[in-house]
Ligand binder design. Structure first.
Ligand code: ARG
Length: 588
């Protein structure tokens, strides 16, 4: 099922070879959407340079050599040498018919199905998931879903923060409040409150000074870190309990968000504990790491700090402890070597850019990340409040994600109550969930992942503009048309999508772009391109429906063909929203 660009590319490349020699057979024809036609071929200018001739002459040679008879009208040469291409409407219709019969809706079957590790969400145990984790969770999940639809093998890795010095104080606090007490329940309902209480105790004990017998909270917390790290069974048991309670909290959020992560995807920092020593030993043996100020450091090439001093990546602290970098090196080795990753996407905040660049450079130098394996930091920008600063509550604490999501569904409930008071209560509740959660997720996904955006519920839940509710409404509208049609005995049964008038043609052309768009999102890790596409598709549908009535059309064949085209638009919209992790309600 070739999308127009692909079909055109093939034809133009044959023409290049015929007109200019076989060495031009894979020159990029630079097919782009055109303001003046459907597409344009922009290759003449570049080829003219290569051949030392005039662009318009080259354009003429291409025109003489290219055979587009079944696909397009004869192209026109414009400007310095653009070739404007108008596709034949019957060809577009044939492509649309093929698309309708394609279960994958034009998503290309990859030449090579990659194993793609997607590292996303990664909240920290005993800490509230904040809005920062919202973005990595939502973007990562959309990428995982998209890559799966494209036929790749996705391995989700939830690299939770489940290890490190805070666990001493957390364990001691859990022991004091009682492992089964109501305070422990906070880990599932309000983990930050639990963390803050432990922190407060620790800070107070620090301020009060050490007890001579070392029985104060801070000293106990420090000893606990040491016993935990040395593998003490009782400490490990309590730690496991803590992590278990936290998982309960994460999954409440994932369920609420319709996120596909499960327990099976958890591979927290602690997973790599027993590999950290060997990571360091290998780096040291290979001469990649060396001792500097008592710490084992890598100075990857090309990273300098102030005064052009080489920047260290510390893999073992001077006290013998390991940190975040060591864990990530062990993780990368595992992902390539054991999981067989062809590509690894790290969906993590922009602030960690340097960390990942240095980890990747070190892993490449160590041979753990071979050149053919791609590692990408999918940088995640911040969510801002109306004041333009990182979103916080009025009290200044970072905002609870659960509270935010609850507010979104409550606001969406208001929207749907007004729109459809006739629907039963439980249905309105489920639509409110789809709109509220979908609205928040979509607002996030439709912004380039590395730019910041302002959290504005009213905009996110608006029924107009590039929002989830607008797309969901378009789907519900087509479904309602199909229901009404069925009630009148009209079906699309077997009819091919009708592609004749301009609006039908424009909608069909947009539908054909779904596959290439999805492919691009999977290659570049940019879900906002799929959002922009779906928005243009919903607009093309609206324009089509304004110009080409279905229910009011008297010609039976025209009616069936239009209904088939509308149904195809619905399928693509629903599939695209599903790739993003956004639900499409039956009615709105
Ligand atoms: N837990 C970390 C945080 O909250 C993110 C971990 C990202 N993944 C990784 N492999 N380092 O910032």
């Amino acid at each position: 099922m070739p999308a127009p660009e692909i079909a055109l590319t093939e034809r133009f490349q044959s023409a290049f070879a015929a007109a200019f020699g076989p060495e031009f057979a894979d020159a990029d024809p630079i097919i782009r959407p055109s303001q003046f036609a459907d597409f344009q071929c922009n290759a003449a200018m570049g080829l003219a340079k290569r051949l030392g001739r005039k662009p318009r002459d080259i354009a003429q040679d291409i025109l003489d050599a290219v055979d587009l008879t079944d696909i397009a009208e004869t192209p026109e040469i414009a400007g310095p040498g653009f070739l404007n291409i108008r596709l034949r409407t019957d060809w577009v219709a044939a492509q649309a018919a093929e698309l309708a019969g394609d279960e994958r809706l034009g998503a290309p079957v990859p030449e090579h199905a990659d194993t793609v590790v997607v590292d996303y969400s990664a909240p920290n145990v005993a800490k509230e998931m904040h809005v920062g984790h919202l973005r990595t969770t939502v973007v990562g999940d959309a990428l995982a879903r998209t890559l799966e639809k494209l036929g790749h093998r996705v391995i989700r890795q939830n690299h939770i923060g489940d290890w490190g010095t805070p666990f001493g104080m957390l364990i001691e606090h859990l022991l004091e409040v009682g492992e089964d007490g109501s305070e422990a329940e906070l880990l599932v309902t309000d983990p930050n409150a639990f963390y803050q209480a432990a922190r407060a105790k620790f800070d107070a004990a620090e301020a009060a000074g050490k007890a001579a017998d070392g029985s104060d909270f801070a000293s106990r917390a420090r000893r606990r870190v040491a016993t935990l790290q040395s593998g003490d069974a009782e400490s490990l048991r309590i730690w496991t309990h803590l992590v278990e309670l936290s998982k309960g909290y994460f999954h409440r959020i994932y369920d609420m968000l319709d996120v596909t992560l499960t327990d099976a995807d958890l591979a927290g920092e602690s997973t790599y504990n027993d590999q950290l020593e060997s990571v360091c030993a290998d780096l040291e043996e290979d001469g990649i790491a060396r001792i500097s100020d008592g710490a084992l450091c890598v100075f990857p090439e090309g990273f300098t700090g102030r005064d052009e001093q080489p920047l260290p990546l510390i893999v073992r602290k001077s006290d013998g402890g390991y940190g975040y970098a060591t864990t990530d090196l062990a993780a990368i080795r595992h992902r390539v070597h054991d999981l067989g990753a062809d590509r690894i996407a790290y969906v993590v905040g922009t602030a960690q850019e340097l960390h990942f660049q240095m980890v990747f450079a070190t892993a490449r130098a160590a041979g753990w990340l071979p050149a053919e394996v791609e590692a990408t930091h999918v940088k995640i920008g911040s969510v801002l409040g109306e004041d333009g600063k990182i979103l916080r509550t009025r009290s200044g604490a970072s905002l609870r994600l659960m509270a935010l999501l609850e507010e979104a569904t409550a606001t969406a409930r208001g929207v749907i109550d007004e729109l459809r008071p006739d629907l039963p209560d439980d249905e309105r509740a489920s639509i409110a969930h789809a709109i509220g959660i979908g609205g928040v997720k979509y607002a996030d996904l439709s912004t380039a992942h590395d730019s910041d955006y302002t959290f504005d519920l009213d905009r996110m839940l608006a029924l107009t503009g590039n929002t989830a509710p607008y797309l969901q409404y378009a789907v519900a509208r087509i479904r309602s048309i199909a229901r009404k049609a069925a009630a009148q005995g009209i079906t699309a049964d077997g009819a091919a999508p009708r592609v004749e008038n301009d609006a039908e043609r424009a909608l069909a052309l947009t539908l054909l772009e779904y596959g290439p768009t999805l492919e691009q999102v999977g290659a570049d890790f940019e879900p906002h391109r799929l959002c922009a596409y779906l928005f243009s598709l919903a607009q093309a549908f609206t324009a089509f429906y304004d110009a080409s009535p279905i229910l009011k059309e008297s010609d039976e064949q025209v009616r069936a063909g239009r209904l088939a085209l509308a149904t195809l638009a619905e399928r693509v919209l629903v599939e695209g929203l599903d790739a993003l992790g956004v639900r499409a309600p039956q009615q709105m």
